[in-house]
Design a binder for this molecule. Structure first.
Ligand SMILES: Nc1ncnc2c1ncn2[C@@H]1O[C@H](COP(=O)(O)OP(=O)(O)OP(=O)(O)O)[C@@H](O)[C@H]1O
Ligand SMILES: [Mg+2]
Length: 280
């Protein structure tokens, strides 16, 4: 089966700015991929190309096998832009109805109810956008992206305005979507969040991929730390499998063991290594 999103040798030049320089990236069916990178790295440009809003200057992008921008590709995806604004006088329900008309979804009021429920806005169907908090309108934005049951969801920083509870709502939602087989490309600066939900991450710097891989494998083991009477003892090259042996030896030697921690480098460390402290 074709990947939900496949980009090959993707390049984009805006005049003298090279926003993307030969990017290869795939998001498989039902896979959740985090796209990371400093401001200006090219994340939004890549997503806009996938939507057909921006034309690449090199390479190609396909959505479920169809060329990006084609009717088939657009029908297969849902998109939440980084800076979006819905008309303030629309209610949540009307925003979704508008997008149902635009996307030709015929699933009516039942779909609108289901989506509002999914993003925790079941009680706000009649609330006007102008009377919503930032977090509410961002969740409405996510509901809008889900109209028409897309197979690929492109979310450009969907949680930037959310409080911790709102972020968790979205995290649970993403897991639910993954279980339903929806593929997601998530642009985000929130590394801890990406680390929690994404199967894979790709890190862009200056328009090129500089690191990436399975989230769990990227966060490398960094030894084991044991809390004993004399303080913390560090076993540099040990991993989880070595813990029982280490503890058994310590106890045999008459030590009191108060705690054990398997250390892993965080995604944040991997990211900072990859981008080398770069900012726009
Ligand atoms: N329409 C445009 N015209 C000219 N340059 C653009 C345009 N859109 C983006 N750029 C430039 O392309 C580069 C990549 O921008 P892009 O918005 O893709 O970055 P990003 O990774 O999404 O950044 P952020 O994290 O700030 O959202 C930047 O140098 C930006 O200034
Ligand atoms: Mg962006």
């Amino acid at each position: 089966m074709a990947a939900a999103l496949a980009v090959r040798g993707l390049g984009k030049r805006y005049g003298r700015v090279e926003a993307l320089r030969g990017v290869d990236l795939e998001v498989g069916e039902g896979e959740l991929v985090g796209l990371l990178g400093p401001n200006g790295a090219g994340k939004s440009t890549l997503v806009k190309i996938a939507c057909g809003l921006v034309r690449p200057t090199a390479g190609e992008a396909t959505v479920c096998g169809a060329p990006a921008g084609s009717a088939a590709a657009r029908a297969a995806l849902g998109y939440l832009a980084e800076l979006f604004r819905f008309p303030g006088w629309y209610t949540a329900d009307e925003v979704l109805a508008l997008h149902q008309r635009l996307g030709r979804s015929d699933r009516g009021a039942a779909e609108r109810r289901e989506l509002l429920d999914l993003v925790g806005l079941a009680d706000a169907a009649d609330r006007r956008v102008e009377a919503m908090s930032k977090g509410m309108s961002q969740r409405l934005g996510i509901a809008q992206a889900l109209v028409g049951r897309p197979r690929l969801l492109l979310l450009d920083e969907p949680t930037s305005a959310l409080d911790p509870v709102g972020r968790r709502t979205v995290r649970v939602l993403l897991e639910e979507l993954k279980a339903r087989g929806v593929a997601v490309l998530l642009n985000s600066h929130l590394l801890s969040e990406v680390e929690l939900v994404c199967d894979r991450v790709a890190i862009l710097l200056d328009g090129a991929l500089v690191a990436g891989g399975v989230t769990e494998e990227l966060a490398r083991p960094r030894g084991v730390e044991v809390d004993v009477d004399g303080g913390m003892r560090r076993y540099e090259h040990a991993g989880r499998a070595d813990v029982p042996g280490i503890v058994a030896r310590l106890i045999r030697d008459g030590e009191q063991v108060y705690g054990v921690r398997v250390l892993r480098s965080t995604l944040e460390e991997v990211y900072l290594d990859a981008v080398g402290g770069a900012t726009e």
